[in-house]
Design a protein around this ligand. Sequence first.
Ligand code: ZN
Length: 72
Amino acid sequence: MAAPQTCPMCGVKILVGIVGGDRVLFSAGPPGTRARLYARVCRYVDKPGCINKDGGSQTASPNDYYNPDLPR
Ligand SMILES: [Zn+2]
């Protein structure tokens, strides 16, 4: 059963217990991985209360980073 957790620092919801890995619900765009959340949000926040510290140990793909140079 998936139970959403909300990171008190980032304000982002994470669905844990999902087959294939946790899903992060961003305020905009499709759900992503913890690595994506870390790449986009948590590494900038860097506060002790962040529940996604582990995201930094996962490999983020280049698509996981904001890249204003890429056409959308
Ligand atoms: Zn966080």
